[in-house]
Design a protein around this ligand. Structure first.
Ligand SMILES: Cc1cc2nc3c(=O)[nH]c(=O)nc-3n(C[C@H](O)[C@H](O)[C@H](O)COP(=O)(O)OP(=O)(O)OC[C@H]3O[C@@H](n4cnc5c(N)ncnc54)[C@H](O)[C@@H]3O)c2cc1C
Ligand code: SF4
Ligand code: SF4
Ligand code: SF4
Length: 403
């Protein structure tokens, strides 16, 4: 029977809950808002299946891999603009939908909670597009995947590396008709922090959530890929609220490792050899690969781990995705989050203590105030971006900082 003695030992993938033959496990939110398995001891028959499929207890070790890295840009400019990096995910998903398959990924539900959802049309694919830096609730997605695979449907499942290893363990065998896509994952934020952030917006910015049509965590509008912002759009596509990572309380709680799930500080899935077919991540340093592709609309790194992945990439390269081969080691080394864990933010404990006491988002306001420093940074970013200088200043700063 699964028992969580240390919160760092559970990534919340839900493989244990989904595999339990007695339905003795329920995923429940703790005080910080993260989901953990709770076992009903009366119902449990001690079959140990839950322990067997736990990816934290038994992380996968991959050996036979055909690893290659490419830099990619979706050939449809509008899709690329709408995606977080270069729209590589949408190109892979389109390949699956063309073949009548089903694509799983993270989407917002009607209350703006992040949940794993299945789509079967190009129009619905929009819901999965874009990073949501909040832990997605998988619900019963793993069981749905198994059913679809056994019916012979082509399935693509995308998510964080821990979710992908969880699914892989849950399935307990490989399937030719399954395509796994994971991401380089810095960490994930608490759904409770997100909920309180939404309350804060309602209170402070007078945003009416019922009138919000779309939320983007990394919106390229209006300043491009190198200065993305969190934006709320109304049903007609007008901006209701937008703020950059220097001032947005939710994004600041994420990048400062404050709203983070404990397992992310000791993540066992930050590795270069994965169970997925594809690993996708940002390519901010596109100018180091190809200056002509450096257009501030976004580029993705795509690591292909398997022969299946390689064949799919070859097929989508002509119609959907512009690809250019990259040096494997260089690409890996350009993103520390591929292999390195973040450390807990300085005020994490106090932040969550306040979050538990006050449910109106006061903790976000108090721990991430709009100080003079924040205002100055925002002023510089916005104004340098307007004259297309921000990205060059940012690159110069990175070069100096690295030295
Ligand atoms: C939590 C998180 C942390 C990340 N950290 C980094 C990082 O440190 N460095 C880096 O280079 N890239 C990181 N990425 C990846 C990056 O943000 C882009 O998602 C990636 O480059 C793919 O972009 P795209 O343009 O191809 O597709 P997009 O359409 O932008 O990406 C959509 C994909 O992301 C998945 N997704 C979105 N939100 C979630 C979620 N909450 N949980 C699970 N899956 C989700 C969708 O299922 C879909 O597969 C992270 C992504 C997430 C979700
Ligand atoms: S040991 Fe078996 S019955 Fe008990 S919780 Fe785990 S999977 Fe369910
Ligand atoms: S990591 Fe996944 S399988 Fe393991 S205990 Fe947590 S939810 Fe269950
Ligand atoms: S950092 Fe690791 S544990 Fe945290 S969400 Fe990402 S893959 Fe999962």
């Amino acid at each position: 029977m699964i028992e969580i003695n240390n919160k760092t030992d559970c990534c919340g993938c839900s493989a244990c809950e989904q595999i339990c033959p007695k339905r003795a496990i329920q995923m429940k939110q703790d005080k910080e808002g993260f989901y953990y398995p709770c076992v009903d001891r009366q119902t449990c028959v001690d079959c140990h299946l839950c322990e067997k499929v736990c990816p934290v207890k038994h992380p996968a070790v991959q050996t036979e891999l055909t690893r290659e890295v490419y830099i990619c840009q979706n050939r449809e400019t509008e899709i690329r603009k709408d995606s977080t990096s270069g729209g590589a995910f949408s190109a892979i998903a389109k390949y699956v939908l063309d073949k009548g398959g089903v694509v799983f990924g993270a989407a917002f539900d009607n209350n703006f909670c992040v949940v794993h959802s299945a789509v079967e049309t190009y129009d619905d694919l929009k819901m999965l597009r874009g990073s949501k830096y909040v832990q997605s609730n998988p619900g019963n997605a793993f069981s749905m995947v198994k059913k679809l695979l056994n019916e012979g449907r082509l399935v693509c499942y995308s998510g964080t590396p821990c979710q992908i290893e969880g699914l892989n363990a849950f399935l307990q065998r490989s399937y030719d008709n399954l395509i796994l896509v994971d991401l380089v994952c810095y960490s994930i934020s608490s759904p409770l922090v997100w909920k309180q952030y939404l309350r804060l917006l309602e209170k402070e910015k007078k945003i009416i959530l019922q009138q919000v049509g779309k939320v983007k965590f990394r919106d390229k509008n209006p300043y491009g890929y190198e200065y993305t912002r969190m934006t709320f759009y109304d049903m007609s596509g007008n901006v209701c609220y937008s703020s950059g990572p220097e001032s947005n309380e939710m994004l600041r709680s994420f990048v400062s490792n404050t709203s983070t799930r404990p397992s992310c500080y000791k993540c066992k899935f930050k590795k270069t050899k994965r169970v997925s077919d594809f690993t996708i991540w940002d390519c901010y340093n596109i100018y180091q690969y190809d200056k002509k592709m450096d257009d501030n609309l976004g580029s993705s790194h795509v690591m292909v781990h398997t022969q299946k992945g390689k064949e799919i990439l070859n097929q989508i390269a002509s119609d959907y995705l512009k690809v250019k081969k990259a040096n494997l080691e260089f690409a890996i080394n350009s993103e520390p989050a591929m292999t390195q864990c973040a450390s807990p933010g300085e005020h994490r404990r106090e932040f969550f203590a306040m979050l538990a006491k006050n449910n109106s988002g006061e903790a976000l306001k108090q721990f991430f105030p709009v100080s003079i420093k924040v205002k100055t940074e925002r002023f510089l970013r916005e104004n340098l971006s307007k004259i297309n200088l921000y990205r060059f200043v940012k690159r110069a700063a990175i070069t100096i900082f690295k030295k």
